[in-house]
Design a protein around this ligand. Sequence first.
Ligand SMILES: [Zn+2]
Length: 79
Amino acid sequence: MRRPVILESTVTCPACGTATAETMPTDACQFFYDCAGCGTLLRSKPGDCCVFCSYGTVPCPPVQADGKLGCCAPPKPEG
Ligand SMILES: [Zn+2]
């Protein structure tokens, strides 16, 4: 029942609208992204773990695999 993880996400710049297809790393998240169109440094929105979850067409691989958000947020210690 494993679904294939999509590794390519198209990031759309909120400043200039440039959409760029990027290959996502499977073992890390990308907090910052340089827009190829206008050079704006994008950063993940509050509550999102990475720029792909904020601006991409596909959420990052850990989110796809786990089916939850905040893949990169460190787990809160219990108690
Ligand atoms: Zn841009």
